[in-house]
Design a protein around this ligand. Sequence first.
Ligand code: ABU
Length: 469
Amino acid sequence: MLKKVNNKIRMIEKELETFVEITKSLLDDEINNPVSEVIPANELDDYLDLSLSKNGIPDARFNKLLKDVVLKTPKTSSKLFFNQLFGGRQPKAVLGELLAVILNNSMYTYKVAGPQVGIEKEIIRKSCELISYGDNYGGTFAAGGSMSNFMAMLMARDRADNSVITGGVLRKMTAYTSAASHYSVPKNAVFAGIGRDQVRFIPTTDQGVMQIADLELAIKKDIENGLKPFFINATAGTTVLGAFDNINAIADLAQKYDLWLHVDGSYCGSVIFSEKYKHLIEGVNRADSFNYNAHKMLGVPLSCSVLLVKNKKHLSDSFAKEAAYLYQTDEDDFNLGKTSLQCGRRNDALKLWTLWKSVGSDGLRSIVDHQFDLADVARTYIRSNSDYKLYSFDDSISVCFNYRGIDADELCTRLYEKNKLMVGFGSFKGEQFVRFVTINANNSKKDILHFFKQLEQEAELMMPCEALS
Ligand code: ABU
């Protein structure tokens, strides 16, 4: 009987062998076919048998199908993936992620997560130290940048009007964010009972930075109209242009009108690790909350969003709830469910810790600085070639451009459909352009120049003959 049980437990070893075999095929394929063949969404069933039935299938067929699914999935870690704000792979972080899966803890109590709680707390402690948050700091890991922003908004709401916790939102409360900020802000306003109409989108400069005078005007107007301003969201790395709001100037207004200031560093908040670029978030120590996504600039597997608060009291005020069936040992400081949005919560800390521990803060600095270096390579290339029009500026890892006036949507879609490379397009102040994000720290200067070569080759095919002569 015992032998049978042991065999069952050890079956995981067989699956790990399958995992290694499929992973090796994927890594080879990433080099030989860096862009997976596009499967039109409505033809998926013709390419892969994804159906589920009453009966299972034999292992040999199962393994072949699984490998097929993996190889036909878009490759986000290849050298030709520039479509979103993540890319590449940090091997030590992958190791941490795989171990977190095998361990399968839930991060709500020390009793079930043990040292993993210590790991999460250490990341929060060290991150808060980097932004000079003082002794009352706190933090948690959220399921992504949108959820970090949501938690910040909830804390701000409850701080502004504590009666909301028991009585719900009974008056109109207003939030402020730049017109170039992430779409999660209005989305979260709905979830928080604030309502989308109470979000003020403040105009930006031509570089995508929130206009401070307009922000103050909007706050004053709402106060005059009897509304209750409660929250300002500043952005460290806007989604399209990668712009950084002026945190110090915004913090002055937050202080003047007694509003919560959150800095959404989902995209570029990891500049906290860089001596050279941390000036871009100067004043972050004055913010009530700040988040960075290690799955973006640091190359940690999705998702890994670290939310930091200047005063941990706000986390427990908004998120602590007794549950006798759950919190049975240890003090609140070690029962992380008392300060998180979720109940069951996956371990997103270990993968960041394995990376950070192995390369040190200096190693994280190099990862961040390298991305800015790659962006410089891209901008220099564009500036030296009159066929390009550049829309973005220095100190951003989003390099936005158009090539020979070709429609960005058409060009990006063709590159994707012909399996050449994956890059997206964006728009700002009425202009649409290619958004090339140099966030994959595994890439080199050669890879950046290769991107332009691929793009130009495809663009030539789109040009009318007379334009080529
Ligand atoms: N927060 C994810 C943004 C996705 C993108 O714009 O690429």
